[in-house]
Ligand binder design. Structure first.
Ligand code: FUB
Length: 449
């Protein structure tokens, strides 16, 4: 994406409130360092793990090679964990043709994490299963062949996995037709036949199955195209299904959609996607999608209160961020011009840092005041700086950290500077200035009292 045009075009497109010149206050879509789609959130140990697909930066149609992971505990600042599985690099499924890492879902059972990922083998979309002992992977192929291959279907895509209260697990999937199998205890095999059931009205693809207060929900991308999100309810995991209507009606601007639904810290959230970052380049449709999230409510009878569309503001932050704990640089509410990559020190780091790019970290609680700031950086050349600003990229400057040449692009050093005027809760803007071209790489940061 053209980073220099990015903020102003996106703000104009969204008609977003503009503050302090050209600062766009939108927090949806939630990931800006790459294009992401097909959200599959998993709540585990108090953390939201968000598995996603990944549209290539140059994609026109679907160009998708890997499954990514992000996590959050406040629903607005998302930490990038990079690729957890893929069909090319890494090639999690050796038997796959090496393309089409499509909408996955991950579920935990007895401490093991199971990733169900659709991909191509011999020209037909099939579903593989990979396992890991941590939500961040690495995921390994569990059975060395597809778990689901139904030659009768048009395509085996969009798996949704669910474990009922009696321990029985089900895997649903489908595009225009919908199928399920009952999974065995091992979660990597199934018993009986593949069952096709009647396509609920509005159903296109992207089933997302869950149970809440005794009701079974089948959310899905609604009739194509454009796609909104619809849902059906049942009192059994195998139907019959009653179509309830829309979670979100379609809009011409978003040819696709794909629900992922969770309850987290007492609130209900639906994830999906739009094309707004793609449209920040120009208004051509390309499969360069971006995940969004909204809070929603259930009515007393369990039905879902319909949402208008993705808001530009996104959701409210659940808890403030503690800046005195080490925070990964790739923990981001909003960013401009940046990319992330695997870090030579482990995890991920922020890269592609040019003059005036920035990271917004939302809702940072400085308490009675920060006195210092440290950052882990690597720079081939000197001249870059990190400006610490409050509430917008041109807001109050509370510190400036110089980044010297550290001896190479992968030579990491911790640099520090003094801070004054950072008290109470603010959005923190880490604004990068100086030099020309790529300034440095950025691994983590931390304030001192
Ligand atoms: O992302 C590729 C495909 O597009 C998914 O499998 C569908 O749900 C649609 O989002």
């Amino acid at each position: 994406m053209n980073k220099k045009m990015y903020t102003s075009r996106l703000c104009a497109l969204l008609g977003v409130v503009v503050a302090q010149g050209s600062v766009c206050l939108a927090d949806n879509p939630i990931i800006q360092t790459r294009y992401t789609a097909d959200p599959a959130p998993l709540v585990h140990d108090g953390v939201v793990y968000l598995y996603t697909t990944h549209d290539d930066d140059e994609a026109r149609g679907f160009v998708m090679y890997d499954w990514m992971l992000y996590s959050s505990t406040d629903m607005v600042n998302w930490t990038d964990h990079g690729t957890v599985a893929g069909v090319r690099d890494p090639k999690t499924f050796e038997w796959a043709d090496g393309r089409n890492a499509w909408a996955p879902q991950v579920i935990e059972k007895d401490g093991t994490f199971y990733l169900y990922g659709p991909t191509v083998r011999n020209g037909h979309m099939v579903i593989g299963v990979a396992v890991a002992d941590h939500p961040m992977g690495p995921f390994k192929d569990a059975i060395g062949k597809p778990l689901i291959f139904n030659p009768e279907s048009n395509d085996d895509i969009d798996p949704s996995v669910f474990i009922d209260d009696d321990g029985q697990a089900y895997l649903y999937w489908g595009h225009q037709r919908i199928f399920y199998v009952t999974l065995n205890d091992d979660m990597i095999s199934y018993s009986g036949e593949i069952v096709e059931f009647e396509r609920p009205e509005l159903f296109e693809e992207g089933p997302w199955f869950y149970k809440r207060n005794g009701n079974y929900y089948l959310a899905f991308a609604s009739y194509c195209c454009p796609e909104g999100m619809g849902y059906a309810m049942s009192d059994s995991p195998t139907g019959p299904w009653k179509t309830m209507g829309y979670i979100m009606k379609p809009r011409a601007a978003s040819s696709g959609n794909h629900p992922g639904i969770i309850d987290y810290k007492g609130k209900s959230y639906v994830f999906g996607f739009n094309y707004n970052l793609n449209f920040s380049d120009d208004l051509k449709h390309r499969e360069r999608r971006s995940i969004c999230v909204e809070e929603f409510e259930y009515a007393e009878d369990g039905s879902i209160v319909e949402l208008p569309w993705w808001t530009r503001e996104g959701v409210l932050q659940i808890e403030l961020l503690n800046p005195y704990k080490q925070t990964e640089a790739e923990t981001i509410c909003w960013s401009v011009g940046l990319k992330t990559e695997k870090c030579s020190e482990g995890g991920m780091n922020v890269c592609n840092i040019d003059n005036t790019d920035y990271i917004k970290v939302k809702g940072v609680d400085f308490g009675s005041g920060a006195k210092s700031f440290s950052a882990r950086v690597a720079a081939a050349t000197a001249g870059g700086k990190i400006e610490l600003r409050l509430d917008n990229p041109k807001g109050t400057l509370v510190g400036t950290c110089e980044v010297p040449a550290t001896g190479g692009e992968q030579k990491w050093e911790t640099v520090s500077c003094t801070v004054s005027g950072a008290e109470g809760a603010h959005d923190l803007y880490l604004r990068f200035v100086g030099g020309s071209g790529e300034l440095f790489r950025f691994n983590w940061w931390k304030f001192g009292k």
